[in-house]
Ligand binder design. Sequence first.
Ligand SMILES: [Zn+2]
Length: 428
Amino acid sequence: MRFFIALCALYISVQAYDFNFIKKSGTDNNNTLLVIGGIHGNEPGGYFSAAILASHYKITSGNLWIVPNLNAKSIQADQRGLYGDMNRKFLKIDKNDPDFNIVSDIKKIILDKNVTLIINLHDGHGFYRNKDYGTIFNPKSWGQTCVIDQCDLKNSTTYNDMDKIATQVKLNINKNLLENHHMFNVKNTNTKFDDEEMKHSLTYFAVTHNKPAFAIETSKNLSSLSQKVYYQLNAIEEFMNIMNIHYQRDFELNSKELSNIINNYGTITINGNIYLNLEDIKKSLSFIPLQSSYNDFVFSSSIGSVKTQNGSFDLYVGNKRVTTLHRQTFDLCKNIDSNVSIKVDGKVKQFKFASEFFVNDDFTVMKTNDMRVNVIGFTDKKHKDESDLNINYKSLDKSYSIDDHKKRFRIEFYDKNSFCGMIVVNFR
Ligand SMILES: [Zn+2]
């Protein structure tokens, strides 16, 4: 599975890995926070936080590098690790291990000379307390902690006092608690002396290479995903404050706004000629014109992925299946001008394939010489080509809508037996 994100003004995405790697840069280059989400596929608080960091934060000073979906296949499967625990493969890993490339690649990124501090995002069991208060609140729980492997780093000159940094993060999170029992603590695993297992972890790999590294564990027992993301982002923002990395975010940090952001799955562009808004999209769409062999899916979300099986395509954002596209196989048109004229509420406008437009009353796709128009959900027995026909909301069979609110419909363009492109009409 190779991922691709379109270049946009806010960030550059590097395309050489089995995960997404997003670099957001401010003005200076010597101070880089690396945030890693999704090492465990069933811990969505971590990877949804990293994805929001990628799409809703702008860095104005310093650098923020984000790997939102390290263990992408396990995220899609909503499992801790399809091939075992990836966070136990950093001390040694067999060359034949399916995770070998991912672990090798992220190690190189961790050791990049620009990276000055690393945080690895998790959702952990329960709520950590230093005394035993039962199965949820006890010293063995991981939830609501900033985890360090040791107190300090002797050979690092920057951010070497990890205990002090973790304590500052904890104190600041505790000023913004949603409920008192969510309070954060520092958990020192004292890995070198006390914890054989943690010696195999990502953070310990970083620490033994003189890179300050922390794990943030929000609790799996929090009542909602938005609460987990709320605490992750509070922690990450405090790390950025400590590192003097300046940022702007385009939303208020509270769990209600986060819930809206998490539930907005963004958009997908397929083969450059189909564009679907994933908001309110039906759980299943049929006869989607796709190619038999290769199809290129580009999500706006950095944790979007596709699972292909027998001519159907499950689209995921994180561990959530958003919809399934059932294919009707077509070749793609060659050398077709993707500019189309459509009269929208009486006014002629230009559109390109892989776009959508809004209409109040009616629309008419203007005739072109080389393409046949098919408005899905519209039937006129006299016409095979549905261009030059006035179409309003009443004339559409609503069962063909793309969305649950029955507002959006597909307009498809064909040249003989090839599919040229789609434009979506959106009724207000
Ligand atoms: Zn984890």
